[in-house]
Structures are given as structure tokens and as C-alpha cells.
Design a protein around this ligand. Structure first.
Ligand SMILES: Cc1cc2nc3c(=O)[nH]c(=O)nc-3n(C[C@H](O)[C@H](O)[C@H](O)COP(=O)(O)OP(=O)(O)OC[C@H]3O[C@@H](n4cnc5c(N)ncnc54)[C@H](O)[C@@H]3O)c2cc1C
Length: 394
């Protein structure tokens, strides 16, 4: 006799959303979470595209701020302003939102087992062994690995796992108040393909962070220097510091094996250009639940593969395009980045980016820029040729 229909490993936002969907359909769901408390420590900038409301439940009480545009800064501070009239993104209280999603799963009937750290998984018998709790073993019909960047289920299916470090400060502005409806993004060859972000919570508080191919200590150092050298943030007080890991999107990652699936950060389902993972993770929780329900109804683990098909149909083209954009950016030196910003401004690209830009997908914008020959004039030849090959994807 199995203990559960579905065992979810990890009570992060993606695991809780998947657990809710399964429990709501009447399946016996257990959620194993290694931590004592859900949602802490904060490891997120909490910026979610307004499309979230079409994908998952986000009550108003978790929205701290609303954003309608961005200032994009080149290394020498040529600034491109991108904006729309309507709200483009929400800045959320991620800790409370995680708790809410977990409670929602529990209210739908899922059993949440805190301080249950899974150490071993067997994808064919779908048995898991706990590192604590006296090495307890549990078995289910389906295993869902939602353990984030250090997922044990992902490690059981895949040989390697790549991630980059991210650091974030909560800062208090001393003099210059912030425009609360705009985020700031700073690019520089030394952190590329990462970037520095400032996401305002109020006129006086901001989440200032970055990710990149440096260790956490170096990222902290870069952020401190940035505060001291940037006019806008000079004198800002660091109230708290956070750090986390962002998975590197991996096209070849196996996400279904026998009776097990992985989703969210465990499956590297993050946008290559921004590192954002919540929206994709939530959509994948929906696809995974649809496939898991079919699989349980017909007692056929093969049907779990439908999840992979739905995920790839929806996201693969866009994620491949973003990988190309990311690779192109990574090769640009600071002078080239400055030139690019200047030429983009000259060519009136601010309006184009405002119309076609989208924080979740860049394909439409790149396509439009190729069509209007803007990329041709702003990128070095070699990189332009590579980007224009993107046409093949459209
Ligand atoms: C600094 C930073 C800023 C970010 N900003 C944004 C942003 O603005 N917008 C956005 O969309 N995304 C952002 N992200 C990414 C986003 O936070 C992740 O994509 C998201 O948290 C993924 O959710 P998840 O449920 O897959 O994994 P996680 O949130 O990592 O949750 C995994 C859970 O599994 C548990 N777990 C792990 N291993 C085990 C085990 N062996 N046994 C039991 N439990 C286990 C963990 O304790 C954790 O609770 C950011 C990430 C970082 C690091």
C-alpha cells in the first residue's frame, strides 16, 4: 500500500501550487519540506509580471507596490526609459505569499510535513527516504520534485546542476526619494549576463540586488561599491542582506523519469535573461497537474510525459530565444553597451521597446528590431548575424 497518491518534495511556491491543484481534485497529497517555517529566508526580489493574475491566485494583500516601467542604464549611464500607462508588474511580499500558497494547499486537503528533509529518492518505486525523522521511508504513486536549486529528485535524474549566485540588500534611501512606479536596471560587462536591479517598495525603501558569475562575497562587494559610487543611491542605508541561487536554464535537463517529475527551479524553469522563475513555475505546476491527473486516472506513468510536451510547446521557443539574447549581451564590452544605448535612443527605440517589450518574453521585440533594421545598426556585425538567425525560430 502506498502512503500517498502524490508526494511533493519542497513547499516553495511551485510545490505548494502543484500540491493545491492535486489536492483540490481529491488526491491524497503529502508535501515534504525540510525547513521549520515556510517562506523564510526571503530569496527573491518579488517582481512579478501583471500576467500573474491570469496564471495563479495573487490576493491584493500581498502586493506592496505596482510598477509600470523601467529605467535601463548603460555602464556610463545613458538611460533608456521604457514605460506603459498600465501596471506592468507587482512587487510582492514573497514570504507571506509563500505561506499563503502552502496554507491554500493544506486547506484543499494536502498534508504539509515540516522538518522532513528528503535525502534519497527512487524514481521507479517512487519511494523517498528522509535524512531526519529516523530515516522514515514514504511511498507514493507519483513523486514531484519541487526542491528548488538543490532538488534531490533533479539530482537523481540529472548528472549536473548549474546555478549562479544572487545577492540582494533592502536599502533605505536617505535623500533622493524613488519613483515608485519604475524599476532601475544597470548593465555592465563585469557582471554580464547578470545585472543590478533596484525594485522600489516605497519612495524610501528598495530591494537592490544582482546576479552574476561571481561568488556571494564578490556580489556583496559589487553592491556596496555601487551604492557608494551611484549618485542616486549614495548614502543609502543597508537594512538587511539576502542571498540565494538562480538556476541556469538548461535545455537538456531531464524533467520526467519513471514515476517522477521535477518542476520550478528544480527543473531550471527560469527566464535566461532575468532569472525570474515564478510565472513559468506556476504554469508548469498547471501542466504537471494535468498530466499527473491523467496518469493517476489510467494508472499509467507514461502519461507523465504529457507534462514535458506541454512545457516545451509553451516555453521552449521563447527560452531558446532568450538564451541567444543573453549570449549576445554577455559578449558586449562596456563601450559597445554604451554605443548601443546611444544608438537605440537616437533611433527612437524607447517607444518601440515600450510598445513591444515584455518582461516575460523578448521574442516579439527582437523580431521587430530585426525587421526595422535597428539591431543591424546597434550591434557589432558578428553578433547581429547571430541574432538575426533568430528569424529561424519565428
Ligand atoms: C535574489 C533572487 C531574486 C529573485 N527575484 C525574482 C523575481 O523578482 N521574480 C521571479 O519570478 N523570480 C525571482 N527569483 C526566482 C524565484 O525566487 C524562484 O524561481 C522561485 O523561488 C522558485 O520556486 P520553487 O518553488 O521552484 O523553489 P524554491 O522557492 O527554492 O522552494 C524550494 C523548497 O524546497 C525545499 N527543499 C529543498 N530541498 C529539500 C529536500 N531535500 N527535502 C525537503 N524540502 C526541500 C526548500 O526548503 C524550499 O522551501 C529570484 C531568485 C533569487 C535568488
Amino acid at each position: 500500500m502506498v502512503d500517498y497518491d502524490v508526494l511533493v518534495i519542497g513547499a516553495g511556491p511551485v510545490g505548494s501550487t502543484f500540491a493545491f491543484r492535486m489536492a483540490q481534485e481529491g488526491y491524497k497529497v503529502g508535501v515534504l519540506e525540510k525547513k521549520k517555517k515556510i517562506g523564510v529566508p526571503l530569496q527573491c526580489a518579488g517582481l512579478l509580471s501583471a500576467k500573474i493574475r491570469e496564471i495563479n491566485d495573487l490576493p491584493d494583500e500581498f502586493i506592496i507596490n505596482k510598477v509600470r516601467g523601467a529605467y535601463l542604464h548603460s555602464p556610463s549611464d545613458h538611460v533608456i526609459k521604457v514605460s506603459k500607462k498600465e501596471t506592468q508588474a507587482y512587487v510582492i511580499d514573497r514570504v507571506e505569499y509563500d505561506k499563503y500558497l502552502s496554507q491554500k494547499a493544506q486547506d484543499a486537503g494536502a498534508e504539509i510535513l515540516l522538518q522532513h528533509k528528503v535525502s534519497n529518492v527512487d524514481t521507479s518505486s517512487s519511494k523517498v527516504k528522509m535524512a531526519n525523522t529516523g530515516q522514515k521511508v514514504l511511498q507514493s504513486k507519483i513523486l514531484a520534485g519541487c526542491g528548488g536549486h538543490c532538488s534531490v529528485v533533479s539530482s537523481a535524474m540529472n548528472n549536473s546542476y548549474n546555478s549562479v549566485d544572487a545577492a540582494q540588500f533592502l536599502i533605505e534611501m536617505k535623500s533622493n526619494p524613488l519613483e515608485t512606479d519604475f524599476v532601475d536596471v544597470y548593465v555592465d560587462e563585469h557582471i554580464s549576463p547578470g545585472f543590478i536591479w533596484s525594485i522600489p517598495l516605497s519612495p524610501h525603501l528598495s530591494r537592490l540586488g544582482l546576479f552574476g558569475h561571481h561568488d556571494y562575497k564578490k556580489l556583496n562587494h559589487i553592491l556596496k561599491n555601487f551604492i557608494n559610487s551611484n549618485d542616486k543611491f549614495q548614502g543609502a542605508k543597508v537594512i538587511s542582506k539576502y542571498h540565494g541561487k538562480i538556476p541556469v536554464f538548461d535545455l537538456n535537463k531531464k524533467i520526467v523519469e519513471n514515476r517522477a517529475i521535477i518542476l520550478g527551479d528544480a527543473a531550471s524553469q527560469v527566464k535566461p535573461t532575468t532569472g525570474g522563475g515564478l510565472l513559468i513555475g506556476f504554469e508548469c505546476a498547471k501542466f504537471a497537474a494535468e498530466a499527473a491527473i491523467k496518469s493517476l486516472e489510467s494508472d499509467d506513468p507514461e502519461l507523465l510525459k504529457d507534462y514535458e510536451t506541454s512545457y516545451k510547446n509553451k516555453f521552449l521557443k521563447e527560452l531558446k530565444n532568450q538564451l541567444q539574447v543573453q549570449k549576445t549581451f554577455q559578449e558586449l564590452k562596456n563601450q559597445e553597451l554604451d554605443n548601443m544605448f546611444l544608438k537605440l535612443k537616437e533611433k527612437g527605440a524607447e517607444d518601440l521597446i515600450s510598445s513591444y517589450g515584455d518582461m516575460d518574453s523578448q521574442s516579439l521585440l527582437v523580431k521587430e528590431m530585426i525587421k526595422r533594421r535597428i539591431l543591424f545598426s546597434v550591434l557589432p556585425q558578428l553578433l547581429y548575424r547571430r541574432m538575426s538567425r533568430l528569424w529561424n525560430f519565428f
